[in-house]
Design a protein around this ligand. Sequence first.
Ligand code: ADP
Ligand code: G6P
Length: 355
Amino acid sequence: TCSAADQQTIVIGLAADSGCGKSTFMRRLTSVFGGAAEPPKGGNPDSNTLISDTTTVICLDDYHSLDRTGRKEKGVTALDPRANDFDLMYEQVKAIKSGVSVDKPIYNHVTGLLDPPELIKPPKILVIEGLHPMYDSRVRDLLDFSIYLDISNEVKFAWKIQRDMAERGHSLESIKASIEARKPDFDAYIDPQKQYADAVIEVLPTKLIPDDNEGKVLRVRLIMKEGVEFFNPVYLFDQGSTISWIPCGRKLTCSYPGIKFSYGPETYYGHEVSVLEMDGQFDRLDELIYVESHLSNLSTKFYGEVTQQMLKHSDFPGSNNGTGFFQTIVGLKIRDLYEQITASRVKAPVEAAKA
Ligand code: ADP
Ligand code: G6P
């Protein structure tokens, strides 16, 4: 039997400030699903959408209700809810989720204007990525799974310097100023969304080097909510225990400052969570298999799948540390969630018929 419910689109929300690694994460995710996502063929070259066989990624900037000039005139930033059309976002995500195509607007990042809309057909998996996927409670309730990329100020600053100073020729002062200008709205409208996320990837400066402020070596925490249907948190050695592990030695090459893993239960915004932490970086990516073999509930399809994914994309930012490692793991958990939801829908009508 093939009811409409069997084909319902699964919706994933990915929230983060811009320049915090959302596109990199999306590339890792779609790779786990077996195909790179590409811009729609024959459409607007400035479209923000990415499409693969299974997955469509839409960028929530497309729901800006105020264009660049409008924002300037009204004195609001893109992070301000008043610059975004949540009614339309809700209606369109809901339509796609129930199998109906929509004409989604396009925010043109080059011109700062709203372009004519593009047709979005319901995919198997819809990812909505951007500043506000969990801001509006109606949109939030449509999400089957949500992720928040939480990049600490120190690290955000280091990444911005690397990109905007080294690659775009901005000055240190102007980078500082632009981060400061965004901060009040970021704190008011973006950051609070992390309390709703099923998984948070927190990126902090290392604790392995005293007073490090380079932002090269990172301490990354994967915060996984307990009790989420179809999502079984990953664990290290023994589920629910508190563990500290330095894997450097015979099986793993570690140069200064080494690698340290931690794992254990915690409370996060009043929710029970499990936290897996990795501080430091890998010298040799193929040795990741040693760490992978000590983790459980990874939702891999074969031994070494995490390591294989990491090796495949070793050129992506964060491949030698916890950012790439945990993004890959979350990708596998989403694939598992998708498969479980799909399986439960096939079973449900059979159960109903028996009753
Ligand atoms: P977004 O889509 O959120 O704007 P990107 O994935 O395009 O972010 O990343 C923006 C920039 O941030 C990258 O070009 C890189 O300089 C830096 N960056 C992102 N993720 C990482 C990472 N895990 N480690 C180091 N730098 C990163
Ligand atoms: C997009 C991004 C924002 C960014 C904005 C630029 O909407 O998601 O993070 O701030 O573009 O806005 P501006 O008003 O400077 O053009």
